[in-house]
Design a protein around this ligand. Structure first.
Ligand code: AMP
Length: 217
């Protein structure tokens, strides 16, 4: 009997950059989730389906076994502390950097001396807290869910900790990056129980992803 496989992906960059990896494994989606708005996307294999979830929810679906495996950014995985997740492979897709950014003209060097107190807005409070703790800077963390670039512009925060890819969003909002926090890329996450029970179905896909990734590097 062929094992049923459910793969959790988020829309956008991760989805687009995962399609070639799936294609290398002989898996193609039969619909585009953006066009169809469907959350369960069938593939050319009757036993394999994709589910479309928010990027931050991918580890949760995999952890609880609602998906056998998925692809999530390192940013999401560092913030999400969960058991039951096996992370066998860095796929090197959706690459970007987690950075500290401030309004142009803001004296970040003076404001971030050890012992100083800084107001920092981020969608990633754990990553931000660890970064500033390492520098000995006290921070008041403000959790936001999006449009973080706005926070320093309207006086909500002195600095933000956010993902930067091209730098265009910072530039368009009169901000600039002042510190590198961590390099980010997407990771394959596999439910530990599924890997044992469905090993014959999952391991060949992991192997093809690993091979495709190595060819990219
Ligand atoms: P950019 O203007 O290309 O530097 O992109 C910055 C915006 O895109 C910010 O709002 C980021 O939160 C978001 N962003 C950049 N890279 C990623 C990524 N790999 N995953 C999710 N969001 C991203």
């Amino acid at each position: 009997m062929t094992a049923q496989l459910t793969i959790a992906l988020s829309k956008g960059r991760i989805y687009e950059e995962t399609l070639p990896l799936l294609a290398a494994s002989g898996i193609t989606a039969i619909e585009d989730p953006v066009q169809s708005r469907k959350l369960i996307i069938n593939t050319n294999h009757e036993n394999i389906r994709l589910i479309i979830v928010r990027a931050t929810d991918v580890p949760t679906y995999v952890q609880y076994g609602a998906a056998d495996f998925g692809i999530a950014g390192k940013d999401v995985l560092i913030e999400h502390d969960g058991n039951g997740l096996y992370q066998p492979l860095n796929l090197n897709i959706a690459r970007c950097r987690m950075m500290v950014a401030v309004r142009k003209g803001f004296d970040y060097v003076a404001a971030s001396q050890p012992g100083c107190r800084l107001r920092v807005a981020s969608k990633y409070p754990n990553i931000a807290a660890e970064h500033f703790a390492g520098k000995g800077v006290h921070v008041d963390l403000i959790k936001l869910y999006g449009s973080m670039e706005l926070a320093p512009l309207v006086g909500l925060a002195d600095a933000i900790v956010d993902l930067v890819s091209t730098g265009n969003t910072l530039q368009a909002n009169n901000l600039h990056a002042v510190e590198h926090v961590v390099d980010i890329s997407s990771q394959l996450v596999v439910n530990k129980a599924a890997l044992k029970l469905k090993y014959a179905a999952i391991q060949p896909i992991i192997d093809v992803f690993a091979h495709a990734r190595n060819q990219e590097i």
